[in-house]
Design a protein around this ligand. Structure first.
Ligand SMILES: NC(=O)C1=CN([C@@H]2O[C@H](COP(=O)(O)OP(=O)(O)OC[C@H]3O[C@@H](n4cnc5c(N)ncnc54)[C@H](O)[C@@H]3O)[C@@H](O)[C@H]2O)C=CC1
Ligand SMILES: O=C(OP(=O)(O)O)[C@H](O)COP(=O)(O)O
Length: 334
């Protein structure tokens, strides 16, 4: 059986999840919704993806442009087993009633509150919790990044403090720019720590800043250790952690710019870097404190999580079978 998947909200995350779903042999991409017939809608059509109007209200825009849609969101919901809601943050909670009415399972993204879904999800940390569930939230890019590395170190953690240096906008988002400022989240701790706690039970606080860059987020992580671990051990843990890669400044990875260039050199679609990038030299143990610095490609790290969430919701595979299958299909290095 192939799970029939629809995508509501074909933006930064939605189009990448659509691509990833189309790469799975146990899933079928049935269609995507658009609010307007822009270049992304035309490109989807060229790729053979059925395009639906996000609601009846948007139909006149498509009619005016002579863009033939396959129907509206309600028509799409009749054809799918699961809908991935990748609409702007907060909209998913409002859409949930439509999904419930249609009897369709739904995945929500990190812009939604944890209470929107039955479980907040990062595959390698809590895949089993999503088995058979109807509503799953794939947590935000930052929460996914923190959870990937912290879950690998969980047994050593007494307390975590992390500083989140967040990109101001995605590369295609000219509405939020130009920017020339650093914006602190003045509510300390920022929402990221509590959000990690929706996935793994650790003691964590975060503070956050938005800076004028579009490429990636960077996290400076400090862990107070419950039991000793050496730098060599931490390197070994990360070497053996899926969807986490070590990068060396020594080899020219000075900044997020070279990490993105690396993804380009791999000929990754949209220069996606699905893996969390940890700077190897930044891993430092001083007394009972462990420090490291990592970067998160906000546009893509949650994409494999959406695929695994679908598998868990339909109980198509166990955790490692799903993670390995997703990794292979997207060229994730380990
Ligand atoms: N961009 C990022 O860095 C990340 C975003 N997320 C989360 O993913 C979700 C989607 O974010 P993005 O893809 O960045 O947003 P986006 O703005 O790039 O895409 C949202 C898409 O939804 C469309 N849309 C607007 N109103 C709609 C409606 N009523 N019905 C259907 N579609 C509608 C927009 O036209 C756009 O194509 C949010 O919850 C966000 O917090 C999660 C991880 C990273
Ligand atoms: O949705 C996101 O960014 P955005 O709300 O700035 O577009 C990213 O997932 C980052 O979100 P977070 O900083 O709340 O983890």
């Amino acid at each position: 059986m192939k799970v029939k998947v629809g995508i509501n909200g074909y933006g930064t995350i939605g189009k990448r999840v659509a691509y990833a779903v189309s790469k799975q042999d146990d899933m079928e991409l049935i269609g995507v919704t658009k609010t307007k017939p822009d270049f992304e809608a035309y490109r989807a059509k060229e790729l053979g993806i059925p395009v639906y109007a996000a609601s009846e209200d948007f139909l006149p825009r498509f009619e005016k442009a002579g863009f033939e849609v396959a129907g509206t969101l309600n028509d799409l919901l009749e054809k799918v087993d699961v809908i991935v809601d990748a609409t702007p943050g907060g909209m998913g909670a409002k859409n949930k009633a439509l999904y419930e009415k249609a009897g369709v399972k739904a995945i929500f993204e990190g812009g939604e509150k944890a209470s929107t879904a039955e479980v907040s999800f990062v595959a390698q940390a809590n895949y089993e919790k999503a088995l058979g569930k109807d509503y799953v939230r794939v947590v935000s890019c930052n929460t996914t990044g923190l959870t990937r590395t912290l879950s690998a170190l969980q047994k050593y953690i007494d307390y975590v403090y992390a500083v989140m240096i967040r990109r101001a906008a995605d590369p295609n988002d000219s509405r939020r720019g130009p920017v020339n400022a650093i914006t602190p989240s003045v509510t300390v701790p920022s929402h990221h720590g509590p959000d990690v706690q929706t996935v793994i039970p650790i003691n964590i606080e975060t503070s956050a800043f938005v800076v004028p860059t579009t490429l990636m987020h960077v996290h400076s992580v400090m862990i107070e250790l419950k039991k000793p671990i050496t730098e060599k051990d931490v390197i070994e843990v990360f070497e053996n952690t899926t969807r986490v890669l070590l990068f060396e400044k020594e080899k020219g990875f000075d900044s997020t710019a070279q990490l993105i260039e690396f993804a380009r050199d791999l000929h990754r679609e949209w220069n996606n870097l699905y893996e969390i990038a940890v700077w190897k030299e930044s891993i430092s143990v001083r007394g009972n404190r462990l420090f490291y610095i990592q970067a998160v490609h906000q546009e893509s790290d949650v994409v494999p999580e959406n695929v695994d969430a679908i598998r868990a919701m339909f109980e198509l595979a166990d955790k490692w079978e799903s993670i390995k299958k997703t990794n292979r299909s997207l060229g994730i290095l380990k």
